[in-house]
Write a protein that binds this ligand. Sequence first.
Ligand code: ADP
Length: 272
Amino acid sequence: MPSPADIPRDSNSASRANGAELVRFDKVTKRFGDVTVLDQLDFSVDTGKHVTLIGPSGSGKTTILRLLMTLLTPDEGTIKVDGDYLNHEERNGTLAKAGEKHVREVRKKIGMVFQQFNLFPNMKVLRNVTEAPVHVLGMSKDEADQRARELIELVGLSEQLDKYPSQLSGGQQQRVAIARALAMRPQVLLLDEVTSALDPELVAGVLDVLRDIAHTTDITMLVVTHEMSFARDISDAVLMFDKGKIVESGPPDKMFSEPEHERTREFLSTVL
Ligand code: ADP
């Protein structure tokens, strides 16, 4: 079994100092109609860190991940990934709306695992993991194949290479989705409530794989989860959201043991 440290990383990762800012939201506002879902939001995530977003349903957590995936665009403010604006380009000293090519390039630095796996149903496990590296990154089929096998082994599914998603359990499908996201060598991995669609007995296996990845690789993670013991295990920082704002943030021990804000205490009492 390959060491999790063998997870492919971006070829530039050696040149990025650990601790440098990888993601930055600067006064980001997002509205749906009259509803302000994110309100002048500022936060950043440093390279190699694992940041968990917690808070009640509807507080804006998934919207943050969807903005990073460019499935949504901010109404105000800017998002930077690895020093580049995600939705903007600097032209003649001013910020203009970015062209599609720019967005596509910056987007490549981000990988996401969704609640609902979203595997390609008509492709076997191996092809699910090789498809994007070959067609989006232009990786050779042989290299993509080798990487995919390593990652599939890492998530414990080497026996299932020739299965279709429908022949796998939900937990196994989600582990394929994790391998597929990592195959694109993202600099930051977004996890959006990745166990919430799973039967309870399948949750632990997926969280174990993610714990392993968090503890043994230097990939940056931005995680939305209701699994508080998982959040405590893997997080460097926890951000508590309410109504589109961060009400409190800090290291997990402090956030879970001595939350300062009433809203955090209330929220934790419902999930711990
Ligand atoms: P969380 O992840 O914290 O549960 P979300 O970011 O999913 O919260 O949602 C924040 C708010 O935005 C919710 O009130 C939700 O109903 C609303 N919302 C999310 N996506 C859309 C959309 N595409 N259109 C309209 N409202 C939306």
